[in-house]
Design a protein around this ligand. Sequence first.
Ligand SMILES: [Zn+2]
Ligand SMILES: [Zn+2]
Length: 167
Amino acid sequence: MNVTFSCPECDQTTRQELAPETPRIDCAHCDYAIPTSLPADANKGIDRCLVCGCRELYVRKDFSQRLGLTVVVSAMVLSSIAWGFHWRYAAYGILFAAALIDVLLYFSVGNLLQCYRCRTEYRGLAGLEDQEPFSLETHERFRQQAARLAEAGPPPADPSSGSSPPG
Ligand SMILES: [Zn+2]
Ligand SMILES: [Zn+2]
């Protein structure tokens, strides 16, 4: 499987392959590293986020919204050109084709697992169908929690704390 995460240190995005013997997740842009202890059957699923330790994860389609939007916007431009030439059926046809392409794209992509808290994405895991789908309620809870933390200011830097999350 592979992990795509946003570095807590430098905010850059890194994508890394993960195997049971991978000792840690490394940021590709700075020195930040997170030790991992993947179970041997990690491809069957993980019960918590490897980046932040959060136990609430959800499954969603690995659908690129940007790609979907590009298809829709290009179709709108093309169909208004066709409309300008009074090619009415072509204009409708283009919009219909774009909708069809989006639906086909949606159903052809696989699933990914995403963390509510740090939005890290996990791809290439089996058995994702059994995992919880997105819940707006949980998402809202994490969003409010993050807002409260932001209000309280950044946490004090404490380099002496070397505790690892309980496994
Ligand atoms: Zn970094
Ligand atoms: Zn996380």
